[in-house]
Structures are given as C-alpha cells and as structure tokens.
Design a protein around this ligand. Structure first.
Ligand code: TYD
Ligand code: ZN
Length: 387
C-alpha cells in the first residue's frame, strides 16, 4: 500500500481488526449483508510527509449516501461554533463550503451576506440544507470542481478534508478555485490531541487521515497552498483549524510554536499509543464486567463509538441500548455491535443505573443538560472510570 500523499510504501503500526461502516446504522434484515473492512492505521515513513492514514478505506459511496446519519445541527455547541467561525469571514465574500452537511455553517455565512455554495455528496443532508433555502450541490467536490471555474474568496471545510483520500487532487482544485488573495480554511480532529488522550475511537472509516500542522503544511505546499495559521478548536474531541493561502507569507507565532511541539513527538509515540489502546480495551471490559446486572445504556450513537464498541467486543448484553436524538438513527441497530438505538425520551423517562458517555466530545453540553440524571456516568476518554 502506498502513501496517499507521497506514494512511499506504508505499513500499519496496529490493527483494530474488522470494522463495519462507522455511520452504517442498520435494520435487523440488513445484518446479513453488513460490510466489514480492516481498520488499521499507518504513518508514512517519508520524513517530508509523515502523514497518518488508514491502510484501507471503504469506497466513498458506502459511507456518504442518501441515508447518511450524521447531522451537524444536532449539537447546540456545534451550531455556536459555526456561528463564531462565520463572524471571522469577511461579510459579502464569495464562499464555497466543502461538505456542508445540513447547512448549519452556510446559514451563519448567509446571515453575513456571503454568497455561498455548499457541496454535499450525502443526498439526505443536502436536501435538508436546500430546504432551508441554501444553494447546495448534492455531489462530491471533485465532480463539482470538474465544471466550476469561478474563483472565490474562501473555501471552507469542517470535518471533511480528513475524509477524502485524493488529497493531491483536492488541493489542486482548491488552489485553482481560490482568488490570488483568497483563503482555504479547514478544521479536523488533531492528531496530537488524539495521541495525548488515547482517543482511539477517532479512528474510523471516514477519517482516512488524521492531520497535524506539520503534515498539512507539507501536503499542501507543493500545490501552492501555504499554511499560515493554525488555531486549536475544542470540538470533536480536539481539533485544529488550518488557514492556507496561495501567497507564501510567514506563519503566525502560534503556528511556529505548534510546528515545534509537533517536531518533538517521537516515532515511538505510535507504538505507545497502540499499547495504550489495548490497555484501554481491557480496562473498559473489566469495568463493565464488574457491574453485574445493572442497567447500562450508551449516550450518543456517535460514529466514534463504532470503533470503541467493536474493538472492545461489546454488544446488547453489555449495553442495553444507545440513546440518541438523531431521528434517522433511532429504531436502528449500531453498526457491528447491533445495540439498538432508542430515542432520547426513552433515556429520560426511565433512567438507567449507568450511562456510558459515547458522545464524550460533547461532555460539557451533555453534563449541563443532564443535571437530573441520578445514575452514574461511565467514561473512557481520556480515562476509563465511573463519574
Ligand atoms: P458527533 O459529535 O457528530 O460524533 P461523531 O463524529 O463521532 O459521529 O455525534 C454526536 C451524536 O450524539 C449524534 O448522533 C447526536 C448525539 N447527541 C445526543 O444524542 N444528545 C446530545 O445532547 C448531543 C450533544 C449529541
Ligand atoms: Zn507519505
């Protein structure tokens, strides 16, 4: 297998074993056809690349389709996050948002009088955005770029770039569609945060890459997109926002400091991470094993939880159901583990003894709204424990 950025031969540093599609919530009659692939991360050994990536990624059509279960607007904090980001975009700008999902960010940009177009291959969420009166093309960005010619002020992407394996093809089109003084700004989960927290469940099929400032800088520079700023974001369990410019100007102090810190991460960090993943798996199983007979449910049917539940071998025997506010997930089964997904009301009307916080990236928002819950929380990031 070749590195997707630089073509160097790559090898996995660990495997999570066979995994289903992380957002592949399914009905009982779909179990027999459930798709599995091997989830194994690798780090490119070429020093001028070093990209963290998956060995194997299912075809995009298996992940982003008319039943795509991820809806940005389900979290109030994420909505506020996009509102604040929109405030940083010059009013009246021409904007392309890659992977606009249900239009949460576009709505805030439109309120700033920006002329925006969203590109979203998952047809169901694209329809939701269109119904809000937003201009959205239901296609993959590469298809859009084939015919697009107008240059824009900003190209924006949140939790999208790390999904797309053809990073060189994307970079080339993005560079072509940006005005000479335009900016390409994107954010994604941040690899050093994942290593630090051992948040191994951020590794799943959609996240073909896990970026750091150094790998972003090296991957985009050959296409004339220069990293000039990076800003940590407290979303999705620790993210980084990258600003790239067609103009090669000096980076900010924050960027220089970040690059320096990243340079100090040792090659052994990945082997140590792999060891901590299997320790974490043992600790989760040991903790659940001690709760004999108690009612344990999951809170938030995140994509991430698919990696955790399947890697730890958990199912309906350990976790009765997972409560989630997303209608399209309710009534279905969680991928691979086949734990039923139920509505949030079910959780509220009959509190369990223990709730395992699968949506740990929303811990602050959830703790604020679950003050009445008298059971105990089980957490597994950054540590395994009962709160
Ligand atoms: P998300 O944060 O998008 O994580 P991932 O990228 O791993 O899928 O998923 C959050 C999930 O949790 C989503 O299905 C909605 C659900 N959720 C609740 O059920 N209640 C809540 O209060 C919040 C914040 C999220
Ligand atoms: Zn490489």
């Amino acid at each position: 297998m070749q590195c997707r950025v630089c073509n160097t031969e790559i090898h996995p540093f660990m495997t999570f074993g066979q995994m289903p599609i992380a957002n592949g919530f399914l009905t009982a009659d779909q179990i027999k056809d459930e798709y599995f692939y091997e989830l194994a991360p690798a780090v490119c050994g070429n020093v001028i690349c070093g990209m963290f990536q998956l060995m194997e990624q299912p075809e995009p059509q298996r992940m982003f389709h008319e039943n795509y279960a991820f809806h940005t607007g389900t979290s109030k904090y994420m909505d506020a996050h996009f509102k604040a980001w929109a405030q940083r975009i010059a009013p009246g700008s021409h904007v392309i948002e890659i992977g606009c999902n249900d239009g949460t960010f576009l709505q805030h940009l439109k309120a700033r009088y920006c002329d925006c177009v969203g590109i979203e291959p998952a047809k169901n969420v694209a329809l939701i955005a269109q119904a809000k009166g937003l201009r959205v093309r239901a296609e993959f960005f590469q298809e859009f770029a084939r015919t697009a010619a107008t240059q824009v002020d900003y190209i924006l992407a949140a939790n999208v770039m790390c999904h797309i394996p053809d990073i060189n093809g994307m970079a080339k089109e993005i560079a072509r569609l940006l005005k000479p003084h335009g900016q390409f700004i994107f954010e994604d989960p941040y690899l050093p945060d994942m290593l630090r927290q051992t948040s191994f469940d951020q590794i799943y099929d959609e996240h073909v890459f896990m970026f750091s400032a150094s790998t972003v800088k090296r991957a985009f520079a050959p296409h004339g997109l220069h990293l000039i700023r990076c800003e940590p974001q407290p979303v999705h369990g620790g993210s980084m926002r990258y600003t790239l410019s067609p103009v090669n100007m000096p980076g900010t102090k924050g960027l220089e400091d970040t690059l320096e810190r990243e340079a100090a991460i040792s090659k052994n960090a990945y082997w140590h991470f792999a060891e901590r993943c299997s320790e974490r798996r043992e600790a989760i199983n040991a903790l659940l094993g001690k709760l004999n007979g108690a009612k344990v449910v999951g809170y938030g049917a995140t994509s991430k939880s698919t990696t955790m539940l399947n890697y730890c071998g958990l199912g309906p025997n350990e976790i009765q159901y997972i409560a989630d506010t997303t209608p399209i997930k309710q009534g279905k089964l969680a991928p691979g583990s086949h734990i039923p997904i139920r509505s949030y009301e079910e959780f509220m009307l009959d509190y369990p003894d223990f709730a395992i916080l699968l949506a740990w990236n929303h811990a602050a928002e959830i703790m604020a709204k679950e003050k009445k819950f008298r059971g105990r929380w089980i957490t597994y990031v950054p540590n395994v424990g009962i709160q």
